[in-house]
Design a protein around this ligand. Structure first.
Ligand code: SF4
Ligand code: SF4
Length: 113
């Protein structure tokens, strides 16, 4: 089991989650984060930190594509352990539907360590 970052993180990227993860298993894309499913210990402390409500346990039905996306990009993106600059327009994208098709970027972020 693991937790996964899902669609509403895209272009919100508040990054409060990375500050609390005890095993530093978040990875930064250009406009969202991913959790490495092999490193996550399922402690759930990141869940209430996410003001975009974007982190769920992978036992929630329908999240298989997001689990795959998290595994794929956690292997490609840089590790992030400290909160960086939040996008200035993050609040405007919080809750917007269909963000994956509109805005998902496979490019890596520039994690500040
Ligand atoms: S706190 Fe939520 S929205 Fe922010 S980066 Fe983490 S998962 Fe994404
Ligand atoms: S559930 Fe725990 S170990 Fe997994 S990403 Fe969240 S804080 Fe890190």
């Amino acid at each position: 089991m693991t937790h996964v970052v899902t669609e509403n993180c895209i272009r919100c990227k508040y990054m409060d989650c990375v500050e609390v993860c005890p095993v530093d298993c978040f990875y930064e894309g250009e406009n969202m984060l991913a959790i490495d499913p092999d490193e996550c210990i399922d402690c759930a402390v990141c869940v209430p930190e996410c003001s975009a409500n974007a982190i769920f346990p992978d036992t929630v039905s329908g999240l298989e594509p997001w689990l795959e996306l998290n595994a794929t990009y956690a292997a490609q993106w840089p590790n992030i352990t400290r909160k960086g600059a939040v996008p200035t327009d993050a609040d405007a994208f919080n809750g917007m539907p269909d963000k994956y098709h509109l805005y998902f970027s496979p490019r890596p972020g520039r994690a500040k360590q």
